[in-house]
Design a binder for this molecule. Structure first.
Ligand code: BDP
Length: 691
């Protein structure tokens, strides 16, 4: 096994289970035909053929043990069955029809049937009972998107799984079979849109040849309910057609975008819309013309509106000439614009205010723009969490962000409720994950990174799922439903992100990585052009203490949160320790809740990280008899790398901070393997993922 099959492995089951599966799927009854219904049926047949050796036939007459796929249109005998399921949801119920026990998969649309079929296959693969099913499921968030940071030259920004899966050069003629498998895998977890190109966009993606290439992908994805979107470059009208300006108030500019939208919709009638990174990290944008983000977004929105398209406008901004705390800048730019965006604009906000760090408090914009739909941007590709080699399951990170309480309308105003629209009554809702997919045979650069893609999709569909339940499903489908396999794997996964926080950025530290590759430690880095690119900007450590003061006596960033939170964060003793140094600059002898000093507590966490990884190595080794050779070996090797590098992070960080704190290591904590200078002089010029 090489990992290509993801959660669609459909591995052969033992005889008893095989007989059970066959008895619950003797035939498939599915009135009607459409491309989407056809792929649903094909997936069921493929899954059952894999698991039992026999694919059930499609039949027009009901039989004992049938799988019955029905919509109100195809089976008017379903009164009320699909109420409240919307256009994508489904019900799966064990019922009797004319005295025959059958499994009904009901939905309002064929797309709902596809999702229902995938859910049934998930149950089948993970060893669950198929009797007495009574399931209803419908997504609360409307747009559930992957964002590919893929460049037209085939490289992937912050991609650690090889080249881009989009073979732009040979599209639209060559439609690699992999594209269809991509659609199958995404449909199975409820993803319904994909932004094909990098937010650092090239204007070329809007030229006729590239629109035709995108259209070919859209055609392949359509039966799976997946729409195509494009990132656009703000100055495209100037670069492609020589306009003199990209000012959003200029009628010629607005006209250019209208014509461009018309052209795209002629090729892709269900095109989703644009994603825009503007006035951020050197990208052009409306502020270059003294216009606001809202002016820019609304101009594009007007071009897409007649076609039903939307604009996703990113709030990831911080300016090189702004001396204010970087963590405050997106809020400062965007909050005043609340209420000014057109109704087909949604503002896309990263989970935290800096940049996908191992841990960040939730972004203060969530809950602060009630009149504007906000969508979540998570990073599935683990730019700052060990990339493809470290096993750091992101389910808990996603959950932590979604469950954070903004207190915007009192207790219980979670980030999940902001983005599913229920807190402020928005109908345009969304969540995006920066994809970790590449051309590598295993798609994600490692078997365990597949779990992050999977978890993103499952949580996008249903934010109330637990990270652990998702890990359990994934492990069962990826390796085996045998609890002897699932339980240790879930055990490894669940603490893995916290372990990375411990060895990389404990106690609320952030942005400690070395220059360029974002992989290893560089807390000493202080020579980069922009102050906020340097780790020293974030930890502010010296002989007296460590941490970023964001109270009123510091940057005041705490004031961007609702008063109920801000009051708690103003005091280090009522600040959650996981965020302590994010919000406070504290003396090295500050007492943590445990009674130990900040210095000792910091070192203890640096010790804990590699120890957890060693525990994962032991657990994995014990699984050897149960895992196929190739996937076992990959994970074993990657855990060896992770352990070595967890120690590297620990040692380098301790060597550096000790040079400032001048304190002995707590008893039992070994000295770093090398002196500080050794860590400072390591170079990694060819590390993956540079832009
Ligand atoms: C950072 C990445 C950079 C992206 C940027 C973004 O380092 O490559 O372009 O975010 O989100 O995480 O635009």
């Amino acid at each position: 096994e090489d990992g290509y099959d993801l959660w669609l492995r459909y591995a052969r089951t033992d005889e008893a289970r095989s007989a059970d599966l066959a008895a619950h799927a003797t035939i498939i009854v599915a009135p009607g035909a459409s491309p989407t219904l056809n792929v649903a049926i094909a997936e069921l047949q493929r899954g059952l053929a894999g698991m039992t050796g026999v694919a059930p036939a499609l039949s027009g007459t009901m039989r004992q043990g049938a799988l019955w796929l029905a919509t109100p249109a195809s089976a008017p005998a379903l009164p009320g069955e699909t109420a409240g399921l919307g256009g994508e949801g489904y019900a799966i119920r064990s019922i009797e029809v004319d005295g025959k026990a059958v499994t009904l998969i009901a939905a309002n649309s064929d797309l709902g049937l596809l999702h229902g079929a995938c859910h049934w296959l998930r149950l089948a693969q993970s060893g669950a009972s198929l009797d007495r099913l009574d399931i209803r499921s419908a997504p609360k968030i409307r747009l559930r998107l992957l964002n590919h940071w893929d460049n037209l030259n085939g490289t992937v920004e912050r991609g650690y799984a090889g080249q881009s899966i989009w073979d732009w050069w040979r599209l639209p003629d060559w439609k690699a079979p992999r594209y269809t498998d991509y659609a199958r895998a995404n449909a199975a977890i409820g993803i319904n849109g994909t932004v094909l190109n990098n937010v650092n966009a090239k204007a070329d993606s809007l030229t006729a040849p590239y629109i035709a290439k995108a259209a070919a992908l859209a055609d392949l994805f359509r039966p799976y309910g997946i729409k195509v979107y494009l990132s656009v470059r703000w100055t495209a009208p100037m670069e492609l057609d020589g306009l003199r300006t990209a000012d959003p108030r200029d009628p010629a500019v607005a006209g250019w975008w209208r014509a461009k939208a018309d052209e795209i919709y002629r090729a892709i009638p269900d095109f989703g819309g644009f994603l825009v990174k503007a006035n951020s990290e050197g990208q052009p944008g409306p502020q270059d013309y003294k216009r606001t983000h809202a002016d820019g977004a609304n101009m594009l929105a007007a071009a897409l509106k007649p076609h039903g398209g939307i604009v996703m406008w990113r709030a990831f901004v911080y300016a090189h000439d702004n001396p204010d705390d970087r963590a405050k800048q997106a809020y400062a730019d965007f909050r005043p614009l609340d209420g000014q965006f057109a109704d087909n604009v949604i503002v896309q906000v990263k989970n935290g205010a800096i940049d996908f760090q191992p841990r960040e408090p939730f972004h203060p914009l969530f809950g602060a723009m009630p009149k504007t739909p906000l969508m979540m941007e998570f990073q599935i590709t683990k730019e700052y969490l060990g990339q493809s080699t470290h096993l750091t399951y992101l389910g808990p990170l996603f959950k932590e962000a979604l469950d954070s309480d903004t207190f915007a309308k009192g207790a219980g105003s979670t980030v999940a409720k902001v983005i599913d629209g229920s807190l402020d009554g928005h109908r345009l809702t969304g969540i995006a994950g920066v994809a970790n997919i590449g051309a590598d045979r295993d798609w994600s650069g490692s078997i365990f990174n597949q779990a992050d893609w999977y978890a993103f999709g499952r949580l996008a569909w249903d934010t109330s799922l637990s990270a652990e339940a998702i890990a359990r499903e994934w492990a069962a489908m990826t390796f085996s439903p045998d609890p002897k396999v699932v339980e240790p794997i879930v055990g490894m996964m669940m603490g893995s992100r916290e372990a990375a926080v411990d060895y990389m950025t404990p106690l609320g530290l952030a942005h400690m990585m070395d220059t360029g590759h974002h992989y290893g430690p560089g807390p000493w880095v202080s020579d980069l052009a922009r102050p906020e690119w340097n780790p020293v900007y974030y930890h502010r450590a010296d002989a007296d203490g460590i941490g970023f003061d964001r109270t009123d006596s510091g940057s005041g960033a705490i004031g961007q949160y609702a008063p109920a939170i801000a009051t708690r964060l103003a005091n280090p003793h009522t600040t959650p320790e996981r965020h302590l140094l994010w919000f406070h600059h504290l003396p090295w002898d500050y007492r943590l809740a445990s009674g130990e000093t900040l210095w000792d507590g910091l070192v203890r966490r640096y010790d804990r990280g590699p120890a957890y990884v060693a525990g994962m190595q032991t657990l994995w080794a014990s699984l050897k008899p149960h895992i196929d050779a190739r996937r076992f070996a990959q994970t074993e090797a990657f855990l060896t790398i992770q352990h070595r590098e967890a120690l590297w992070w620990r040692d380098a960080s301790i060597a550096y901070f000790q040079s400032l704190a001048h304190r002995p290591l707590p008893a039992g904590s070994p000295a770093p393997a090398h002196d500080l200078n050794w860590y400072k002089t390591q170079r990694f010029p060819y590390a993956p993922g540079h832009s």
